[in-house]
Design a protein around this ligand. Structure first.
Ligand code: ADP
Ligand code: ADP
Length: 242
């Protein structure tokens, strides 16, 4: 089956909790898509169209109002915070700001081994893997001994990608992951994601407002408008050739 399968996903903000009298915002409605292993699906749309809401539901940073989310076959849409714990490793996210994944006070190595240590890996093998991951993302092995601020923005994003990959996820969510970078650096990071996908066979959910970027990396594209999917098809037919 697909690495990620989303069915009839709905999210209304403000429909529960103590602000019950406020009109709910239907931020996502009837969202459907699958991502097979080794493929990249893009979610594109203007600011406020519901892209991040879908990503936050899939990451289970927020509770979906309704619908199904299956990761590697497991239904996660209704799991509680603690029930979700064993599934977290399967979906990893790279944000626009790499400092959402990297602690500025920790060495790169410390950030990279945090997740694997939590999963019970021993420190020596986790750090050995962290060095290998640096090479995999195009940085020197000894980058693990340095701090995030000692790198450029593009290099920091490579490190954030390495931190996600360290968990051996099935699905990598890129939420505006190249949007803050210069165009030439964007292209290098997109090339890296493409290479990693070929090597590791992961599924990528690529969220962006930038159609040029989407056309470069996506196999399939979902277009969102006001919380709804208004188009869904092959990237070349939805966006035109890159
Ligand atoms: P995008 O990622 O495409 O910019 P979002 O998913 O962030 O879109 O937002 C979709 C809609 O949901 C917008 O109308 C936004 O204002 C609203 N929204 C997002 N987060 C919240 C929230 N925590 N509470 C209430 N409304 C929200
Ligand atoms: P992102 O960059 O991830 O789309 P935003 O900058 O849109 O996030 O929003 C920052 C925070 O504010 C998020 O936690 C989001 O859930 C919340 N938020 C966004 N829109 C609204 C809204 N209309 N009402 C309440 N909270 C919102």
């Amino acid at each position: 089956g697909p690495a990620l399968s989303v069915r009839d996903l709905d999210k209304a903000y403000g429909s529960s909790g103590w602000l019950v009298n406020r009109a709910p915002t239907q931020a996502a409605k009837d969202v459907n898509f699958d991502i097979p292993m080794g493929r990249t699906l893009g979610i594109v749309g203007e600011s406020g169209s519901g892209k991040s809401t879908v990503a936050r539901c899939i990451m289970r940073l927020i509770d979906p109002s309704d619908g199904s989310i299956k990761v590697a076959g497991a239904e996660i849409a209704k799991l509680t915070r603690s029930e979700m714990r064993p599934y977290r490793k399967h979906i990893q996210i790279v944000f626009q700001d790499p400092f959402r994944s990297l602690n500025p006070r920790w060495t790169v190595g410390q950030s990279l081994i945090e997740g694997p240590l939590n999963l019970g890996q021993d420190k020596t093998s986790a750090m050995k893997r962290a060095r290998e991951l640096m090479e995999l993302v195009g940085l020197p092995e000894d980058a693990v001994d340095r701090y995030p601020h000692q790198f450029s923005g593009g290099q920091r994003q490579r490190i954030a990608i390495a931190r996600a990959i360290a968990m051996e996820p099935d699905v990598l969510v890129a939420d505006e992951a190249v949007s803050a970078l210069d165009v030439s650096v964007q292209d290098q990071v997109l090339k890296l994601l493409d290479e990693l996908q070929k090597k590791l066979g992961i599924a990528i959910l690529f969220i962006t407002h930038d159609l040029r970027v989407a056309a470069q990396i996506c196999d399939e594209v979902v277009v969102m408008q006001k919380g709804r999917v208004v188009e869904h098809g092959k990237a070349a037919s939805v966006l035109g050739a890159p």
